[in-house]
Design a protein around this ligand. Structure first.
Ligand SMILES: Nc1ncnc2c1ncn2[C@@H]1O[C@H](COP(=O)(O)OP(=O)(O)OP(=O)(O)O)[C@@H](O)[C@H]1O
Ligand SMILES: Nc1ncnc2c1ncn2[C@@H]1O[C@H](COP(=O)(O)OP(=O)(O)OP(=O)(O)O)[C@@H](O)[C@H]1O
Ligand SMILES: [Mg+2]
Ligand SMILES: [Mg+2]
Lengths: 256, 256
């Protein structure tokens, strides 16, 4: 069984890519085989695994737009157990061109279904900071939507649009989509962070992962070396917290 | 003369909205009349001025898509000297529908030109974290592109796409577009921040504002009260740094 996790939030800069990279690394360290799919024109996940986006020939936009088979776009990464379908910056066109296809929201889901069986226990989708056609594809293809959120005003507000998008996707193509919110870049010393975190727990209850990711400057540094934090500084707080998240995700996926 | 400043960066969470809000507030405190235009579906700038996005009737997408006159979409804000054209979440549709118009990139530029003369010395455009049709409109309408950037790996990398976008816009509709990079959320104690800031100065030289905005938790709090930092805590470091930025911008606009 391949479990698909979409990492998405319309709010920018909430650690979507950092979570995809770190969670992928942590799952690989726990012996899981993982496929990452970079759906963002910024190609940050591709870059963070040491792959120059300008040199990508077949990427995720070829799967979405040109119906290239998913298997043909998979590259290995420097991390054992971790493969990637990279992004190339042409994906900006995808936002404009995808909606001309009938049932355009199903293209990624169908591409994954046609590629099965795949040797991966997890597929992780890194999304752009928008709720457009590409993110819609990711949510339609996913079992779980993981929503990274900062404990800050604009980020908390963004959850309204995300909840609406989940309702739309459940109605129109993926009735079993579930979600979990992950609080990221948390600073225990900051009163506003503590207050908003309490509000999120009150509002969303079990909709929150119990793991919280705190601020750790090592998480900023690991992409520069082209590796996840779990392979950069395995004993750091960031690596330990993302390992705890990976274990929580594995338990969650098994229950479903 | 109305000077138009677009605040844009494909990278998410680099303080585009915080800069629009704070710079607008600082210019108003210096006696300038300012119009803010919220071009982001997240409607964070609208929200930060205390206007509930769900209650917006005429917004920026009506200017872009339905050719409603700009003047008809202007609302006053709680801050004297600061008006706003709010955003409503329908702007997601704008990304998909705008490209069907001929010369779609000129629609905002033409809407502003048709509304002149306007009683504003500055117009500030807050953009979504993407380089799509809406951002293209903002850059075509602007005299200056202000690029907020964190001194971090992914943010610095995003500048490549921004530079390419500037070249495209200069070729196709706005030959005099200039740009200035603003380093935001800077933490002097962080070695990676200091290193990347040095690299940005070496690469971009005069392309950087001399003002740097440091981390200040008051900047996270002011939007909750619906006011810019200059009206929330005028003596805070954030308010002082954005006031210095406003003075630098006024000097820059006068030279041009
Ligand atoms: N826990 C953390 N501690 C410190 N820095 C972090 C942490 N998580 C992420 N960062 C940094 O914050 C910035 C934003 O993170 P990231 O780019 O992963 O967010 P994103 O949601 O993917 O952004 P975008 O919306 O542009 O796709 C990056 O520079 C990253 O290195
Ligand atoms: N100098 C600063 N010090 C501390 N926090 C800051 C600072 N500038 C911005 N922030 C906070 O960082 C977060 C990101 O800022 P903001 O939302 O303005 O970025 P943005 O680029 O507009 O994001 P998006 O890409 O989603 O539009 C917000 O929670 C904001 O309050
Ligand atoms: Mg990202
Ligand atoms: Mg913003």
């Amino acid at each position: 069984m391949t479990y698909v996790v979409a990492i998405s939030n319309e709010k920018g800069g909430v650690a979507k890519t950092t979570t995809a990279l770190s969670l992928g690394g942590a799952l690989a360290r726990l012996g899981k085989k993982v496929l990452m799919i970079d759906l963002d024109a910024q190609a940050n996940l591709t870059l963070a695994l040491g792959i120059p986006p300008a040199r990508v020939s077949l990427g995720s936009n070829d799967v979405l737009l040109a119906s290239v088979a998913l298997q043909d776009c998979i590259q290995s990464s420097p991390i054992s157990g971790l493969d990637i379908v990279p992004s190339n910056t042409k994906i900006e066109l995808v936002e404009q061109l995808l909606p001309v296809y009938i049932n355009y929201a199903d293209r990624l889901k169908n591409a994954i279904a046609e590629a099965l069986p795949l040797p991966y226990e997890f597929i992780i989708l890194d999304c752009p900071p928008a709720l457009g056609a590409v993110t819609r594809n990711a949510l339609t293809a996913a079992h779980l939507l993981l929503i990274p959120t900062q404990a800050e005003f604009f980020s908390a507000y963004a959850l309204r649009n995300m909840m609406q998008m989940i309702q739309t996707v459940r109605r129109e193509g993926n009735p079993y989509l579930s979600y979990r919110i992950l609080v990221t870049m948390f600073d225990r010393r900051n009163r506003a962070h503590r207050d908003i975190y309490k509000q999120l727990k009150n509002t969303f209850k079990d909709g929150l992962f119990s793991t919280v990711i705190e601020v750790d400057t090592k998480l900023r540094e690991s992409p520069i070396s082209g590796v996840p934090i779990t392979h950069y500084t395995p004993k750091s707080r960031g690596a330990q917290q993302y390992r705890a998240l990976a274990e929580e995700l594995i338990r969650y996926a098994q229950e479903k």
